[in-house]
Design a protein around this ligand. Structure first.
Ligand code: UD1
Length: 361
């Protein structure tokens, strides 16, 4: 019998990452995978579209747990995931990234004594006010196999004393690179939404804003959107809007001149990335996706986990300072940058698959 993997996911970036590994698992046919979707992201354009477009294995379990406070959300997820684990008896549980779904899956697995693999381990923002930072620190600490995207991630774990703990740490590179490379081959023909936007190549800025620290503080949110409106005077700013941000803008009757659209699927996102001039974002994943598409990034946060991007001049941190946002826009506008640096590895999905399979050899 093949070893059984239980993959826990629930939020948009996890669908992208799991798509890569799922495809490789099916191709190699050495492991059996079952997917649990917690339901953390549930709108069709935040979830379903990814499963359809990226041909991700259909989840066997959909928990529909969302719209709750952090404690309730994580707790309810844990309870349901535990029931599924008791039923399915997986040999290994795989969790991705830093969401509440990640932490819930990790805690449930560890308490049942099931081997736990954390993909995207070792990342730190050193900002304990971020729910994601709490999730990733706790998940790393209890994981058996920590698969790290960067050398910095490995160093972070070493500094936290992981050498003294009983787990295995491996640098694999970043799995999002594989997703960009694989789906970029067909994104142009499939990106219907992008085509309908009629944007001029190289003449628009792609923006996304959804982090709790930005959305839940109205001053921060206003400063970011005012900065984007300023940029929009020079280049069209297009922003696929996360439901959290949408709700807050609507509830506070905030309106801006930038072009706000509904969240888009992965193919449309790839085309937006390929054709924009630069990216403004507070997302973690999009920072790297911009780099993979050779686009500079303005980071609307006070720190980043992807420090290599800033160190190499591919990104600038501006937090919620609109003057700095505009300065960064002027700095990157029309600038020739050589993005030719292998910061995030290659063939990452295959490496991750190999490391997981080795657990059973
Ligand atoms: C979550 C992750 C974050 C990740 C992000 C990617 C946590 C703590 N945060 O943040 O690490 O970068 O996903 O997008 O897990 N909502 C909808 N429709 C949806 C999805 C969400 O209306 O399809 C609403 C929720 O009900 C909630 C808000 O949007 O009110 C925020 O969603 P939530 O799941 O709390 O986290 P994200 O901000 O998406």
């Amino acid at each position: 019998m093949k070893p059984k993997i239980l993959t826990i996911l629930g939020a948009r970036p996890q669908f992208v990452k799991a798509a890569v590994l799922s495809r490789i698992i099916q191709k190699n046919n050495l492991l059996d995978e079952i997917i649990v979707h917690t339901g953390q992201h549930y709108d069709a354009n935040m979830s379903e579209v990814f499963f359809e477009e990226m041909e991700i294995l259909k989840p066997k379990y959909f928990l529909n747990i969302n719209g709750l406070n952090h404690g309730a959300m994580t707790g309810q997820m844990m309870e349901k995931i535990e029931e599924i684990m008791v039923l399915e008896k997986p040999d290994v549980v795989v969790v991705y990234g830093d969401t509440n779904s990640t932490l819930a899956g990790a805690l449930a697995a560890k308490k049942l004594g099931v081997k736990l693999v954390h993909i995207e381990a070792g990342l730190r923002s050193f900002n304990m006010a971020m729910p994601e930072e709490i999730n990733r620190i706790l998940t790393d600490r209890i994981s058996d196999l920590l698969l790290c995207p960067t050398e910095t991630a490995i160093e972070n774990l070493q500094k936290e004393g992981f050498a003294h703990f009983d787990n295995q740490i491996v640098k694999t590179g970043d799995i999002m690179l594989d997703a960009v490379q694989y789906y970029s081959k067909t994104s142009q023909e499939k990106a219907t939404r992008y085509k309908s936007l009629n944007l001029e190549k190289g003449k628009f800025v792609l923006a996304t804003i959804h982090r709790q620290e930005n959305t839940d503080d109205l001053n921060n949110l206003k400063a970011i959107f005012e900065g984007l409106d300023e940029i929009n005077r020079t280049q069209t700013v297009i922003l696929p809007l996360h439901p959290r941000t949408k709700k807050i803008l609507e509830n506070n009757h905030l309106q801006y001149k930038i072009k706000i659209i509904d969240p888009v699927g992965y193919f449309d996102m790839l085309e937006l990335l390929k054709n924009c001039s630069m990216v403004v974002t507070d997302s973690g994943g999009l920072q790297k996706e911009a780099f993979f598409n050779q686009k500079p990034v303005i980071i609307a946060r006070s720190e980043t986990e992807w420090v290599e991007l800033v160190e190499n001049g591919f990104a600038k941190i501006v937090a919620t300072n609109k003057i700095e946002m505009l300065q960064a826009f002027e700095f990157f506008k029309n600038r020739e940058i050589n993005f030719d640096k292998p910061l995030y590895g290659s063939e990452v999905g295959e490496k991750i698959h190999e490391e997981i399979f080795k657990l059973f050899c």
